[in-house]
Write a protein that binds this ligand. Structure first.
Ligand code: H2U
Ligand code: ZN
Length: 338
């Protein structure tokens, strides 16, 4: 008898069209590899050396205002710059390049240096949601901006340069790889079935219940059937909507709630500050209707079995197919009980 909880198998990520190899029996193997330093726990409410704290200077000498809620500024080391001329380069269809205009911003969630999403009040998180909506709208209204990527790197393990609660926004002319792969799947599903892939997926997950982590009236939080990262979470809007600017006030509060729940569970899992990269996927801002899009977020955390042992996507995973050991079902169960 084939045992889906024990035997090697592969699962399809219907959002990207990629497969993941699941090898649950491998969890028993010993680990003598790299052990990470746990992130320093206690932070002061104000850090005079932090370039995100109110009143402090940033690179280039600009001083942050004495902000009291959220604070948005243009990234001083922006990966994308506005006003770049449209340029194309192509040599024999082999060497292909395009100029890419855009804007990069940093969003501080709170003036308090020592907070995290898990530790913030719902009212303050609602302000963060409102700020994301404003940024998505204003950046997206620029005809040069086709996609607004909102993301957070949390913890030094994920390359966050600073513990101060913040995220980044990179708004580009073209739609980046990941959302563009998802868009192709959403469009193909709609053409084939005349329904929304993520509406269907969310109902099925809720019915099955095995991979759900949390839910509230407007959002569902699941470890996706095809998760690559051990404790990956996807948060899906219950209502079919293409982007965060379509959230009602009540839905914005619900988003704050589900985000706080997810990050609080993460922090309780290994009794430490849990690193991750998270971000929204939503409709491009290229002016088209994009009814196929369904608002969701991904949390990609690297930790595997403790606060100091992480998963690396190397070897077979770089050269062949990503692979995971614990099943998404057991990860969801551990997150539910955290
Ligand atoms: P991360 O922690 O995710 O790296 O985000 C911090 C961003 O802040 C990073 O992109 C920017 C960096 O470029 N930054 C400034 O814009 N000004 C500064 O003075 C330091 C860092
Ligand atoms: Zn700070």
């Amino acid at each position: 008898m084939f045992d889906w909880n024990q035997d090697p198998h592969r699962r399809l990520n219907v959002l990207t069209g990629e497969w993941v190899l699941v090898s649950p029996h491998r969890t028993q193997r010993p680990w003598q590899g790299q052990v990470e330093k746990p992130a320093p726990e206690m932070q002061p409410e104000f850090d005079p050396t932090c370039y995100l704290c109110p009143g402090n200077p940033r690179a280039g000498g600009v001083r942050n205002p004495q902000y009291s809620s959220t604070f948005v500024f243009d990234n001083d080391f922006a990966a994308l710059k506005p006003g770049i001329r449209a340029e194309r380069f192509g040599l024999d269809d082999l060497l292909v390049a395009e100029s890419e205009p855009g804007t990069c911003r940093v969003v501080c969630f709170s003036p308090k240096h020592n907070l995290t999403i898990a530790g913030m009040d719902l009212a303050d998180l609602r302000q963060v949601v409102d700020t994301w909506v404003d940024q998505y709208r204003s950046l997206g209204s620029d005809p040069n901006i086709g996609y607004v990527q909102i993301f957070e790197n949390r913890g030094p393990m994920m390359g966050a340069s600073n513990p101060h609660p913040h995220c980044q926004i990179w708004a580009s002319h073209t739609v980046p790889n990941e959302p563009s792969r998802e868009q192709a799947s959403l469009v193909a599903w709609r053409e084939r079935k005349n329904t929304c892939l993520l509406c269907e997926y969310a109902s099925l997950e809720e019915l099955e219940g095995k991979r759900t982590v949390d839910s509230n009236r407007h959002f569902l939080s699941v470890v996706p059937f095809w998760a690559v990262w051990p404790f990956e979470i996807m948060i899906v809007a219950r209502r079919h909507m293409a982007s965060i600017d379509q959230l009602t006030g009540e839905e914005r509060d619900a988003l704050a709630d589900i985000l706080k729940r997810a990050t609080a569970r993460y922090d309780r899992l290994f009794e430490a500050s849990f690193p991750y990269s998270m971000g929204f996927h939503q409709k491009p801002t290229d002016g088209a209707a994009h009814d196929e899009w369904h608002l969701h977020l991904h949390f990609y955390p690297p930790l595997l079995r403790s606060a100091t042992v992480r998963k690396f996507l190397v070897g077979y995973e770089m050269l062949a197919t990503p692979q995971r050991d614990i099943t998404p079902e057991s990860a969801a169960e551990r997150l539910r009980s955290a």
